[in-house]
Design a binder for this molecule. Structure first.
Ligand code: A2P
Length: 276
């Protein structure tokens, strides 16, 4: 018997044969939704054998070149769902997003390797309140974390925070909130223990402060109706741009939190929202 399986060929929507690179699978796009000139989300079918921990990311690409460009994308959907959802930025000349922003249902997206990441419950010591702090597409991994019943086993309350420039950019978190609140099963296990806090920094919106300023001033705890912050009890996950990460990490450390990892759980964890 041959040890080398035959290369897997797929047909792209424009009818061309495409040979899957080693270690990749091709999944069909089932829906696409655009929220603003810069942000959109899309769903693909979930391969039956694909498992991930909430908060992890996976490498994705498109079957549009002999050597496709792969980028890390956090999974925004629940780890029990039958689809995988991604929340993406559109970069005009971005090697991947320039093409990805044009995908339609029926197109193929490539997934390479296993999911990994540090924004996982296993990298945090259990605690009282869990703060999920994000800007822009940095909210994506928290989409899966807030839909995981295990999150509510380990934390009494969860606060999901996203800062964007415009109100349209908050469209994804707003529609996710509506979806979860309308779903009896999900509302059942969340049981009123999830608080949403959004801010738009460049347009009128009830809160216009950056997540970092809300944290520094302590307003974040007042607005979310939570107890004063206690580093012995409270935990944070951070995901956003490089500048936001650096600033938020410094604030968390100054509040007495200690960065955790998969091998050494701590009291806060950080991941960069990558992608171009
Ligand atoms: P602002 O409008 O005040 O720049 P970007 O698209 O540049 O990543 O920004 C997304 C959101 O994150 C914007 O609301 C922006 O606010 C905010 N932001 C930018 N830099 C930081 C930072 N260092 N810390 C916190 N929020 C930031």
């Amino acid at each position: 018997m041959s040890a080398n399986p035959a290369p897997t060929l797929i047909t792209t929507p424009d009818g061309k044969p495409f040979e899957l690179p080693k270690g990749t699978t091709a999944q069909t796009v089932t829906s696409v939704e655009h929220f603003s000139p810069d942000l959109f989300c899309f769903r693909i079918e979930r391969p039956e054998s694909f498992r991930f921990r909430s908060g992890e990311f996976v490498m994705i690409g498109l079957p549009n070149a002999e050597k496709p460009v792969f980028r890390a994308y956090s999974i925004a959907s629940a780890n029990w769902a039958d689809h995988i959802e991604f929340f993406s930025i559109k970069v005009p000349d971005g090697p991947l997003t320039e093409h990805l922003q044009k995908i339609k249902p029926g197109d193929k997206v490539l997934i390479k390797g296993r999911s990994v990441g540090t924004l996982v419950l296993d990298a945090l010591k259990p605690g009282r309140n869990l703060y999920l702090l994000s800007t822009g597409t940095g909210f994506a991994p928290f989409g899966s974390v807030i839909q995981d019943p295990d999150t509510y086993e380990r934390f009494r309350r969860v606060v999901a925070v996203q800062t964007c420039r415009t109100v349209a950019e908050l469209g994804y978190i707003q529609s996710l909130r509506e979806r979860l609140e309308a779903d009896e099963d999900i509302s059942g296990f969340i049981d009123g223990r999830l608080t949403w806090l959004t801010s738009a920094t460049r347009e009128p919106w009830p809160c216009q402060a950056r997540v970092t300023d809300l944290l520094r001033s302590g307003e974040l705890f007042d607005l979310s109706g939570r107890e004063p912050f206690d580093p012995e009890l409270d935990r944070a996950m951070i995901c956003g741009s490089m500048a936001m990460l650096k600033e938020t990490r410094d604030i968390c450390e100054s509040m007495g939190l200690i960065e955790g990892s998969n091998s050494r759980p701590g009291t806060f964890v950080v991941e960069r929202a990558f992608v171009d």
